[in-house]
Design a protein around this ligand. Structure first.
Ligand SMILES: [Zn+2]
Length: 92
């Protein structure tokens, strides 16, 4: 699971909390400063980006699965490749 319970560093100079397991900043919190919860801090920008990327990837996989289902129903159409292309197109 890429998302987890909020955690933060109790050091006053750390102004953010983290929610993503792959956030390097979160993973570098020293054990003695580590705390669960948001700690009255704001969400880490890096975690926010990672979570957004996850949501986008999930959405993309959903579209690809839908395209595959359509392809099994209508194997002779070019719909499949069109849907693939639209799913893989980068958002603006
Ligand atoms: Zn983070």
């Amino acid at each position: 699971m890429p998302l987890e319970e909020p955690r933060h560093s109790t050091q006053p100079e750390c102004e953010v909390y983290h929610i993503h397991t792959e956030c390097t900043e979160a993973n570098n919190i020293e054990t003695k400063y580590f705390a669960w919860g948001v700690g009255g801090k704001r969400l880490c920008k890096h975690c926010e980006k990672l979570a957004d990327a996850d949501a986008m990837a999930k959405d993309m996989i959903g579209k690809i699965r839908a395209a595959e289902n359509l392809h099994s129903l209508f194997p002779n159409t070019s719909l499949m490749s069109n849907l693939y292309l639209s799913a893989l197109k980068k958002p603006q």
